[in-house]
Design a protein around this ligand. Structure first.
Ligand SMILES: N[C@@H](CCC(=O)N[C@@H](CS)C(=O)NCC(=O)O)C(=O)O
Length: 209
């Protein structure tokens, strides 16, 4: 058995976050596909391990099958386990957490729903899609502005904050965004792609197709 099991599916940027972290840390891990589009994540069996009924879930077999939900908590756990991409002091911890919380609420929180409505539910142009798009673009502008004078988001090196924020951003075609319009995000995504061990979501996660 591998050291870690990640319950996940390809279409999920939230799954990609811990998957990329596991890969960048050269962890011994396996993906376990969740049949999200048929509602597996809402089954009582799934909710027994994650009461939120959300994907991903990480199981750490090196710690008595410790089961973790929320990608941000997984990232902190893995940073701690591998001594990589994490904070080196309390000030860095606060800064990384600030960005991960903002990501979950304002960036991923809106980009993921915008993409879901547009790409999977084919509701492009509907009022709720337009609302999500407006909120997502506002967050994207904030990130682009910050990256104008920061190579990495939270500290002077890549951290789990970068991994979290980038979760959905390698799919610009799914939302019809052109990163050339947000050049600092474009350059930052290139830097992430250049990290040793980087792989795309398609290379890491099992597809529902
Ligand atoms: N903040 C959570 C978000 C997880 C999440 O919303 N996952 C989606 C799939 S990508 C999900 O399971 N949605 C089902 C729902 O919201 O009920 C995390 O980072 O793990």
């Amino acid at each position: 058995m591998s050291d870690y099991t990640l319950q996940c599916f390809l279409e999920s940027g939230n799954s990609y976050k811990p998957a990329l972290m596991l890969e960048l840390c050269a962890a011994d891990w396996q993906a376990e596909w969740v049949d999200f589009f048929n509602g597996k994540h809402k089954s009582s069996e799934f909710r027994d391990q994650n009461n939120f009924g959300e994907v991903p879930v990480l199981i750490d077999h090196t710690e008595d099958d410790l089961t973790i939900s929320q990608s941000g908590v997984m990232l902190y756990h893995l940073a701690d386990k591998f001594g990589k991409f994490g904070p080196l002091n309390k000030a860095e911890e606060r800064e990384i957490m600030r960005w991960i919380l903002w990501d979950n609420h304002k960036l991923t929180g809106y980009v993921a729903i915008w993409r879901f409505l547009k790409k999977f539910l084919k509701k492009d142009g509907d009022p709720e899609t337009e609302f999500m798009k407006g909120r997502a673009i506002a967050a994207i502008k904030t990130l682009n502005h910050h990256l104008a004078d920061h190579k990495w988001v939270a500290c002077g090196r890549p951290t789990i904050a970068d991994i979290s924020l980038a979760g959905y951003l390698f799919w610009p075609d799914h939302i019809g965004i052109d990163w050339n319009d947000f050049p600092h995000i474009n350059d930052w995504l290139t830097r992430i792609r250049e990290l040793d061990g980087w792989k795309s979501p398609e290379d890491l996660l099992p597809s529902s197709a």
